[in-house]
Ligand binder design. Sequence first.
Ligand code: NAD
Ligand code: UDX
Length: 465
Amino acid sequence: MSDNKFVKKIACIGAGYVGGPTMTVIANFCPDYQVTVLDISQERIDQWNSNELPIFEPGLKERVLKARGQNLFFSTDIDRCIDEADIIFVAVNTPTKTFGEGAGKAVDLQYIEQTARRIKENSKSDKIIVEKSTIPVRAAETLGKILHSGNNSIHFEILSNPEFMAEGTGIHDMENPDRILIGSMDTPSGQAARDELIKIYERWVTPENLITTNLWSSELSKLVSNAFLAQRISSINSISGLCEVTEADVDEVARAVGKDSRIGPKFLRAGVGFGGSCFRKDILNLVYLCEHFGLQPVADFWGQVIIMNDYQMERFVQRMLKAMFNSVVDKKIALFGFAFKPDTGDTRDSPAIYISKMLLKERARLCITDPHALKNAQKDLEGVEGEIVYEPDPYKAAEGAHAIALMTEWDQYKTLDYKRIFESMEKPAFLFDGRNHLDHQALFDLGFNVHSIGKPDRIQFDDPS
Ligand code: NAD
Ligand code: UDX
């Protein structure tokens, strides 16, 4: 690494789904900045430095290869890089706490605190610290206290710059963001730090999409943004149950409702429920904060978004059971897709995890297929009792199965030869489309009993009694 050919040095602590891609995009747009992504996990850093990146994200690999070794570096040399950096992004994980006070709701801030202490210990000059991780509102205050404790000579200016990218479209989202949000203190040093960060983003983001706010608004906006998105999904999913008993079609309802420009069409796709590492965790965090500040009705309001999501997954399994003559004991069920959404190998909080566990409790035999998530699926279901086979080929997964349950709307599942699949399955052959992704009429015409979300069932030999 040459030292003085760069105008500024950036370090990012946390080389995960956010740290890796965001820093890659910055390095691509700012060749005059040195960008080093740091992690405590040697394995993760080795993967970033290899040809097998630790995460699958369309467009990521090309961009990593373009900048890696030029101005983009992946390293475990955290202490030295902290010392050398002008700007430090913090992108470590902030999972839901699993122990003690606030367990199951509050954020576990231990990784944030460890990072802050390490920055303090290794800094010999003033630095800008950028919160990229999603954290509770006013977390910057805690961060500041840790950074400045027992130290009067070095100034750390904290900015909030939450990440809004969605996995699977992460690179596109970062290169074409709806907005970049920067929260800062309303002080001369806060404004100066904010301007430093703007200098980076303005290389590719137009000024009207660069939003500046105070620190607390920025921190809270991230939680609220995820809560609003998840709330729309739970809203349409709640209506899907009503559609199923009234012969309305949830996709038609969503289209009609979403045509109202005040509502808009996005995030109204009914399905088996939302997953991913963010929605549940961030809403739980919001609920915890509201309870903490004595706003119980507000906490209950947002808590209902999660209750509805859990109900949607349970309802899906109950419908499977009912359709399959109230028993799946010893029946092979092929799960098409395990990732929480297509175009990612990420399975964190995927509805497929919950649905697999419920089906295994009912003593079904599972065969799981997914183009990118089988390794993670295996980890998620490790130690769970019951028969589970992991099969990359969807045709083999469906062979001899009583039912297919589609969990992830991978593009390739649309174009499979379902005639061949139908012929290889037990009869009656059931297809449960948890994402309303397939051509239901065509599948019905092939002989499948088709059950989808928020639509009338298509059953081959319906008993009119
Ligand atoms: P991740 O688990 O993929 O990555 C976090 C990384 O931080 C891990 O590699 C871990 O080893 C590393 N780490 C933890 N403690 C460390 C320490 N003390 N020093 C150095 N490295 C350390 O998590 P992620 O999905 O990238 O999420 C990171 C943050 O971004 C979270 O707060 C999350 O809520 C937020 N976020 C995530 C997404 C997303 O789509 N995944 C989107 C927006 C915001
Ligand atoms: C989300 C936010 O979209 C993003 O802005 C934030 O930075 C991180 O959290 P992500 O979880 O990666 O991103 O994916 P997203 O596209 O939001 O999907 C989350 C879940 O909701 C998936 O399981 C998806 O299948 C589901 N979903 C999404 C629906 O069920 N219906 C929809 O209409 C949209």
